[in-house]
Design a binder for this molecule. Structure first.
Ligand code: SF4
Ligand code: SF4
Length: 340
């Protein structure tokens, strides 16, 4: 493999006898000398933990922020978006499995992009106003993301699309580095996340609360997968949890399409997503959206007080019916939580 991808990890503890504990994500792997962590991106060599994916880019593209999806964060803008390889979760339905299930030893379709090269590309293209790490799990690119964040001016927003399984230590570094926006996926309830992702969903909720406390913009995504989490109890659980944090947090119920090793069910019926939406609204959430249903009216933003249409979305095309700078409903005057 290209040795440029190797970089000492920022967060780990040396435990003696050349054993280390990685503190990047909540798996907190104990890694013996010569072994790699669960995500295949970190190796213990002689008691030093290295990332194997620094600067390893599987995809660099310019994407609308609505694709993340973030609907209340710099609407209508474009972010340079980077993905790498591998993941710390094991979802059977992964929509990006070509990269998330490939480890950094298999580098055929990737390239090395130095942080300076990423900065140069961003500065050169005036259409780009932000940078985003997405496609595979960005926590695994912590060191690389921080180096890029640190090179960029404050007027370039910095965001992640994540499963929310990083440690608080990793989050603190990212926030210090300028992170201002996050879209976090809640995969399912406790038993589903344990069974399919080999993870503890309460750790993800803990990070959501922490991000909100720190003033970071958060939107929550639930991919609704037939037979796994398409039930009222799950919609209620997610909505109630969000309500206890902040009823203004946008929640997106997105449509599943058969993918990777979960192809035995059809795409999520639109009526199922509408049911989830209705549940969340009845519980009291103010901004609930459907996703992956191009042109559906529930992709629009409506004023939660007077129901006025504020932002109309058709795919990634937006029509604004409010002044983004004022962020106020033009009909009833309610302030709308929009970060611009
Ligand atoms: S990032 Fe997570 S999964 Fe990967 S080695 Fe570290 S603790 Fe383990
Ligand atoms: S967390 Fe996301 S990228 Fe990772 S396996 Fe699951 S769906 Fe794929």
């Amino acid at each position: 493999m290209n040795t440029s991808y190797k970089h000492e990890s920022l967060l780990y503890e040396k435990l003696g006898e050349k054993k280390v504990q990685c503190l990047t994500c909540e798996h907190q792997c104990l890694i013996q000398q010569g072994k790699i962590g669960r995500c295949n991106t970190r190796i213990n060599e002689e008691g030093i933990l290295y990332t194997l994916n620094y600067g390893l880019v599987s995809s660099y593209s310019i994407n609308p922020i609505e694709k993340k999806p973030l609907f209340h964060y710099h609407p209508g803008t474009y972010a340079a978006t980077l993905g790498s390889l591998s993941c710390n979760f094991s979802c059977l339905w992964c929509q990006n499995w070509e990269i998330s299930k490939t480890n950094p030893f298999e580098t055929a379709t990737t390239s090395f992009l130095s942080p300076n090269e990423v900065e140069r590309r961003i500065i050169k293209n005036s259409a780009i106003t932000g940078v985003s790490f997405s496609f595979n799990e960005p926590t695994l690119s912590l060191e690389y993301a921080l180096d890029i964040f640190n090179l960029l001016d404050d007027n370039i927003y910095k965001m992640l699309v994540t499963n929310g399984y990083m440690t608080i230590k990793a989050l603190d570094l990212l926030i210090k580095g300028g992170l201002t926006g996050v879209s976090v996926t809640i995969k399912g309830d406790e038993s589903m996340v344990k069974k399919y992702c080999k993870a503890n969903v309460s750790k993800v909720w803990e990070k959501i609360e922490y991000l909100v406390e720190k003033g970071i913009h958060v939107e929550i995504i639930c991919l609704i997968i037939p037979t796994l989490n398409d039930n009222i109890a799950f919609y209620q659980e997610v909505s109630t949890k969000i309500l206890t944090i902040d009823k203004k947090i946008p929640l997106h119920f997105t449509r599943f399409f058969p993918s990777y090793k979960f192809t035995q069910v059809e795409a999520t019926p639109i009526s199922t997503l509408e049911k989830a939406h209705g549940t969340a609204k009845r519980i009291g959430l103010e901004y609930v959206y459907l996703g992956n249903v191009n042109g559906h009216t529930l992709e629009n933003t409506y004023c939660p007080k007077c129901q006025e249409l504020l932002i109309q979305r058709t795919g990634y095309r937006l029509k604004m019916y409010l002044d983004l700078k004022k962020a106020q409903c033009p009909k009833c005057g309610l302030m709308i939580p929009l970060q611009t």
